[in-house]
Design a protein around this ligand. Structure first.
Ligand code: F6R
Length: 606
């Protein structure tokens, strides 16, 4: 979703902002823009539809020398994708970027039109800019932002610059915003994502909602924070950040997605080590003491499917009831949540608007909240009582791969921590051995890429795809279909194997593919379901036990796997095959695999 970067420093501000925006490209966007203050105190703004490269080209022959600038990558919500609707929006010598949605924009716009203002764009964002401009007739910029911010509804983050003030102001409510400084080099920055600040800032600040952030070269500290009454605020946290961290690169891989798929076996090994032998053991111990009577899991997309995997672990192993719900549904359906239950939220970014809203709902309902989250310091991480980091590292590919595996595995470790046998060394050794076996088996699958690629080449141009699986493999069927549609732009659906005959089987013909997951459990029943598809001429790609000759014979394509010893962890193993299949099908289709159309990495609006 929208990316924001603002910078103030000795020189080269536009280059720093453009570099930050480049890092945020992975989040998904459809236009970009930058505003900077030149040496005469005048704001210059350039914006362009399409890739960031278009903006860079537009700036090539321009004098961009500046000490203060703001930039934005826009993921359209209100108003079409074009240069005018792109950010920054400006009026006179005031310029602004926005991430989020102003829900009462229409009514506010009407009032401002009555005051005599006209609007250039169709966006809700411009409404706030004009509001602040109007309020500035009777108060300074900082006060005008605070006052205007109290009048808008919805979740948003804004960053402003003013030609005469030569300072940056930023504010947020339930939308991501971080600030950063490098005091030795006199840089102050603000962004929607700490990743944009890597290598430039050596301290990162996380302001709470409604805190006005003021970046100014005149202050020794470079950044100060104010509460809504204008007094200095303590409602922020900060941490030191190494400037040595290299922003992620693809290495020898053609795409980040393929790199991230290949990282999974290593990540699986190190996650287990971290929680069993490393610093993570304290967190796991604390969670073990929670003993909830029920978990309410909520999440979105891939994280939701990981939530179904986690539910299977917790219900199957701990016999603790668990509901897994789409965050966008849970938040509005007045859920029944009782004392002693726990809200569990799963998220890679920790910034997904619907998931954050569920966490807030659970706080209101008075229960403890726990996250399985990738980004330490994200809004979800800061909001929850407890967190288990999934430690997937930076995930750049928009289609989530390694985060899913790490979410599932962290859920398995959570279920272990909740178990009475948690302190039993032998039980711990057994689970660690199983995780290590999972990593080895994943390495074997990764060594079979060419075999999976060959199948992808045969099937990538068919009419539609059903991913099917039963029981613990059902969430993997759902996730497999999501991955394929996201990156290959084909119609795919995930179904419980036994459910196809209740309607969708009407779609089966010789152009439809059934990617059937056949684990050792309920194998015969799943095979019968495949027969039903085969009888209607559907193309069968089965992923099943390698020694099953019968399954191999009845399938058009067969990917044999060794399920022995993996038991409940085997869904995470099978999922790797689906990831590779989707990746290669998308590659044959020639889509933009790392940045699929219309998608955003971090969905910060509901
Ligand atoms: C799919 C995908 C999305 C995310 C979803 C939740 O590949 O990436 O479905 O899983 O938007 O995002 P997080 O995990 O950041 O809350």
């Amino acid at each position: 979703m929208c990316g924001i970067v603002g910078h103030l420093g000795p020189m080269g501000s536009v280059d720093i902002v453009l570099e930050g925006l480049k890092r945020l490209e992975y989040r998904g966007y459809d236009s970009s823009g930058v505003s900077f203050i030149n040496e005469n105190g005048i704001i210059n703004t350039f914006k362009k539809e399409g890739k960031l490269e278009n903006l860079v080209q537009l700036l090539e022959d321009k004098d961009t020398a500046s000490m203060i600038s703001i930039g934005h990558t826009r993921w359209a919500t209100h108003g079409g994708v074009n240069d005018t609707n792109s950010h920054p929006h400006s009026i006179e010598n005031l310029s602004m970027v926005h991430n989020g949605i102003i829900e009462n924009a229409d009514i506010l716009r009407e009032g401002l039109i009555k005051e005599g203002y006209t609007f250039k764009s169709e966006t809700d964002s411009e409404v706030f800019l004009i509001m602040v401009h109007s309020l500035m007739k009777s108060m300074p910029l900082g006060e005008a932002i605070l006052k205007g911010f109290s009048q808008i509804s919805g979740n948003s983050a804004f960053v402003f610059i003013h030609g005469e003030e030569k300072e940056i102001y930023a504010i947020r409510k339930s939308a991501p915003l971080v600030c950063g400084t490098h005091s030795a080099n006199s840089h102050a920055l603000v962004s929607s994502d700490a990743y944009a600040l890597v290598g430039v800032a050596d301290r990162i600040y996380f302001p709470e909602d409604n805190v006005l952030c003021h970046l100014s070269g005149k202050n020794k500290e470079l950044i100060s924070f104010y509460d809504t009454d204008g007094r200095p605020s303590k409602r922020y946290t900060s941490k030191v950040q190494s400037t040595q961290i290299d922003p992620s690169d693809k290495g020898d891989y053609e795409h980040f997605m393929l790199k991230e798929i290949n990282e999974q076996s290593g990540l699986v090994r190190s996650l287990c080590q971290y929680y069993f032998e490393g610093d993570g053991s304290t967190f796991l111990n604390d969670i073990g003491k929670l003993r909830p009577s029920k978990f309410h899991i909520s999440a979105c997309g891939t994280a939701y499917y990981a939530g179904l995997v986690v539910k299977n672990f917790i219900e199957g192993i701990n016999r603790i009831p668990c509901s897994t719900e789409l965050a966008s549904e849970f938040r509005y359906r007045n859920p029944i949540v009782n004392d002693g239950e726990v809200g569990l939220f799963i998220s890679q970014s920790g910034e997904t608007a619907d998931t954050l809203a569920c966490q807030e709902e659970c706080v209101k309902l008075g229960v403890k909240t726990l996250s399985l989250v990738n980004v330490e310091g994200s809004s979800l991480y800061r909001g929850c009582d407890h967190n288990l980091l999934i430690r997937a590292g930076m995930e750049i590919g928009v289609a989530s791969t390694k985060a899913f595996t790490q979410m599932g595995l962290t859920g398995r470790l959570l279920s272990f921590a909740l178990n009475e046998k948690y302190t039993d060394k032998e039980a711990r050794r057994e689970l660690a051995a199983k995780v290590s076996l999972l990593a080895d088996r994943m390495d074997e699958v990764l060594g079979r890429e060419s075999e999976i690629k060959a199948i992808a080449e045969e099937i990538y141009n068919k009419k539609g795809y059903f991913f099917t699986g039963r029981n613990i493999y059902f969430p993997i069927a759902l996730e497999g279909a999501l991955k394929l549609k996201e990156i290959a732009y084909v119609h795919a659906e995930g179904y419980a194997s036994g459910e196809l005959k209740h309607g969708p089987i009407a779609l089966i013909d010789e152009e439809m593919v059934n990617i059937a997951i056949v684990g050792p459990e309920l194998k015969d029943k799943t095979v019968s379901n495949i027969q039903e598809i085969k009888a209607r001429k559907g193309i069968i790609v089965s992923i099943g036990p390698e020694d099953d000759k019968n399954l191999k014979k009845m399938s058009d394509y067969f990917i044999g796997l060794n399920f022995d010893g993996l038991e409940e962890l085997s869904p995470l193993y099978v999922n790797l095959v689906n990831q590779l299949l989707s990746y290669y099908m998308a590659k044959f289709k020639g889509t933009d695999i790392d940045k699929p159309r219309n998608l955003a990495k971090s969905v910060t609006v509901e």
